[in-house]
Ligand binder design. Sequence first.
Ligand SMILES: [Zn+2]
Length: 403
Amino acid sequence: MSTSLLYHSFGIRGYRQTRIEPTGGVTRFHVHPNEKSICCSSCQSSNVIKRGVTQREFRCSPIGLKQTVIVGTLPRLQCRDCGVVRQIKVGFADARRSYTKNWANYALQLTRSMTIKDVADLLGVTWDVIKEIKKNDLRRRFANPSLKDVRWIAIDEICIGKGHRYVTLVMNLDSGAIIFVGDGKSAESLVPFWKRLGRRRHRIEAVAMDMSSAYISAVRGNLPKADIVFDRFHVAKLMNEKLTTLRRQLYQEATADEKSVLKGSRWLLLKNPENLSEDRDEEAHLAAALQLNEPLATGYYLKEELRLFWGHTFRWPAQLFLRSWCRRATATGLSPLKTMAKTLTRLEEGLLSYFKHRISSGPMEGTNNKIKTLQRQSYGIRDREYFELLLYSLHQKKYALVG
Ligand SMILES: [Zn+2]
């Protein structure tokens, strides 16, 4: 193989090939550095004396189905200028690595569409070698995400693995990128984030979060200018829980005939009416349950009405709407609805902030689903730094979902 092929196929420059040794499934290319490229690795002086040689092997990208290995005969040099005695610097591989940069690049390309395990099996190396290559690339591209133009964020916690370990995530809602991963799920978890934000914390305009969030007071204390925006999907979820409680209470008091109608109505009550299936007569079943039981009907229609809150254009009509809703929910005398009204009244400010910022934790929920898939596929989450880097890279599609 000529010098130019060494360069173009393997990215090796300044070496000449002396011998090709095909053994089994592996082809070994023996190479020596060109005399004129030999210099001190410390000061680049060519005023050097050879002090013996060592042979090192480096994996290369395969040719056809054959694995290839570069066997470099590398002199140790004593430098007459700076006095250092050292092996020559190998330009085609990173320090202490037994593969060429070219091969690492090839492996990295493969990880974009295959799992780490598949790439490792294909290339005949261990899982850790490929993970390390991917980790270095992620580190180069995603370590320390920029907080420069962050204005709207979402904060949420997720459960990692099976050990009930939690991490707190902060997302930049403009870019969809995770910008912070903190250990645990308490206000403490965010302390490093506030530190990293520094003075930029005054530029954060709004934070989307869950109504039951443990981060509310931490956000109020650390982001003086930010509005808290409670997420609409969490409001819907809470309302559904209240309706389920109400149905359970009514079911317990019902006669045997009523029970048979109420049975199976739980999911119908929670479904949005436009999603009821005609084929399975869901509409008729729901109507029968509602007709039979007035309190249940009241709860159901209040749930449906609450969804209209988010359709308002301006804050003040939304406020009137919410207050009217809470008054009527309280007036029903039904305890789950009264509790809901109390909660919404207490959190009114955070609900109305939606009409100023129009943000939600929706993108965060989407990312949580991606993370769940990632956890199922990736063995790498035990490596804290690697997992964090994967999260920072999630918004870039080509990395998503391949562990
Ligand atoms: Zn030197």
